[in-house]
Design a protein around this ligand. Structure first.
Ligand code: PPS
Length: 283
């Protein structure tokens, strides 16, 4: 079902009024992404920074409870929805959303909340989203890769157009405290990204804590960690495709035909050409 022309999950659209009225608080930190851009990775990094690298504190609950997903208004991960978990959570809260700029509840702008946005190159993002649709019963049937890619490019997938999302959030950072990060930079230089996040949050990051966070949030650690790898949730069939799947730059080359890649390059030039937003799609 659509909200203002953006396809959203059915239970998100059904409770849209309540989500739109969500009350942000000034010390909330919001992690915002197009799906499959490195959200969970960033959630874990922020939770670690906010808990001074304390592994036990960060193992207190699955990431879905530590960093609630505000537009998830059905009790998919626990007996309460992400929305209810967020509402009930004491401050300071770290929250997650995939909403495009125009659908962000207005209280986040009014309260001037810090927002961390993460973007990933569109080709790897599309591939990761395809596999996520295959393994997650809550997502619509993706069809085959060719069909999914056509829908993805047309913005006819849940949370809408990747192009609108990354471009509109890029513009929003000119008038709001938004740290705009790239998955590829996180991958190439995690230490630098983690330092940037800590600086943005105005939190101390002593070197031993930094090293602990780098270690704890690398791909292998995240994949093995049941508090972030979504293995406790039965609506995801991780034998079809793991939630934390490959975690690399350039996996798209295993999926795209040359023609598909060239077609998407034309769309990228058309959609992002007017902005100074640049992505790296290979090492
Ligand atoms: S979701 O469903 O929107 O919350 O998914 P999201 O967490 O945004 O993205 C999942 C992809 O991020 C990869 N990932 C990582 N890559 C590198 N390093 C680390 N530590 C890491 N953690 C998660 C994950 O593998 C998914 O990408 P793909 O390409 O599918 O492997």
């Amino acid at each position: 079902m659509e909200v203002e022309g953006v396809p959203l999950l059915i239970h998100t659209s059904e409770k849209w009024g309540r989500i739109w009225e969500f009350q942000a608080r000034p010390d909330d930190v919001l992690i915002c992404t197009y799906p499959r851009s490195g959200t969970t990775w960033t959630q874990e990094i922020v939770d670690m920074i906010r808990h001074e690298g304390d592994l036990q504190k960060c193992a207190r609950a699955p990431i879905t409870q530590r960093v609630p997903f505000i537009e998830l208004s059905a009790p998919i991960f626990t007996h309460v929805s992400g929305l209810e978990a967020a509402e009930a959570m004491p401050s300071p809260r770290t929250l997650k959303t995939h909403l495009p700029v125009q659908l962000l509840p207005p209280s986040f702008w009014e309260q001037n909340c810090k927002i961390i946005y993460v973007a990933r190159n569109v080709k790897d993002n599309a591939v990761s989203y395809f596999h996520f649709h295959r393994m997650n019963q809550r997502m619509p049937e993706p069809g085959n890769w060719d069909q999914f890619l056509a829908n993805f490019i047309a913005g006819k997938v849940t949370w809408g157009s990747w192009f609108d999302h990354v471009r509109d959030w890029w513009k929003a950072k000119d008038h709001h405290p938004i740290l705009y990060l790239f998955y590829e930079d996180m991958k190439m230089d995690p230490a630098h990204t983690i330092q940037k996040i800590a600086q943005f949050l105005e939190l101390e990051l002593p070197e031993p804590v930094l090293n602990q966070i780098i270690q704890h949030t690398n791909f292998e650690s995240m994949k093995a960690n049941p508090m972030v790898n979504y293995t406790p949730f039965s609506h995801m069939d991780q034998t079809i495709s793991p939630f934390i799947r490959k975690g690399i730059i350039g996996d798209w080359k295993e999926h795209f035909t040359v023609a598909q890649s060239e077609q998407l390059d034309v769309v990228i030039a058309r959609e992002l050409g007017g902005s100074n937003l640049m992505f790296r799609a290979q090492l």
